[in-house]
Ligand binder design. Sequence first.
Ligand SMILES: Nc1ncnc2c1ncn2[C@@H]1O[C@H](COP(=O)(O)OP(=O)(O)OP(=O)(O)O)[C@@H](O)[C@H]1O
Length: 244
Amino acid sequence: MEAVLKVSNVGKRFKNGRGVQDVSLEIAGGEVFGLIGPNGAGKTTLLKLIAGLARPDRGRIELFGLDAATRFEQAMAGVGCIVETAHVYEKLTAYGQLRQAARFYPSLPDSRIDQALEQVGLSAYRHEKAGSFSLGMKQRLALAAALLSRPRLVVLDEPTNGLDVQGIAELRTAIRSLSAETGVAFLISSHLVHDLGLIAGRVGIMSEGRLIRTEAVDEGLWGESSLEQFSMAQIQSDREARLG
Ligand SMILES: Nc1ncnc2c1ncn2[C@@H]1O[C@H](COP(=O)(O)OP(=O)(O)OP(=O)(O)O)[C@@H](O)[C@H]1O
């Protein structure tokens, strides 16, 4: 499928010398791509650059064939994101919450709210207050809000944090069926490598601001070891190669 995202040699350096450097990456329509790496590896920074929440110092980001630097608004219109915190108003019902979010899209029909709730498996809870929801349900409600405008790429920062096994399984079901049925692509970060291995079809390993390797999630590839061990070994050998 055609690329929804093309990142070419992107870099951003903070005053403390950290950030991301020379990242290149392509994500196709309908793909679920996971970004893994330890704390501070640069995952959130890269997601922010892609979601238009920060500007790169160098390199190029193309979304749906549009250069994000010169056609920012059109490019970002196709991106839904939850970066840093998933905002959920505890006193509102699931429906009420999405009604609030829908104010940003005046031409959106009310039926889209029900459809988004259905897409994340929360239809049965539409009249219940979000305050009574589990963390996993809150995450999926936030995802429903991000889906309202029918984005072609959804960017999620650490969505599995704090979720139990069932919460992860439900998030996985929602993401997998959305990508398969609607062709929306997902870019998801997590330092919880195992969790992301359950959700993503392909992963990219980040270390010290760089994307050191991308791989299809295929247990055969890492043989006896887990994806965690595989990624740690990659990070270690990358460090050794750079330090000479
Ligand atoms: N606004 C900023 N100003 C200065 N340094 C920053 C800023 N944002 C991030 N950094 C630094 O850039 C590096 C990468 O941070 P980033 O948050 O992207 O990592 P991460 O992989 O998402 O880690 P985590 O899993 O902890 O969220 C870190 O060393 C961080 O301290």
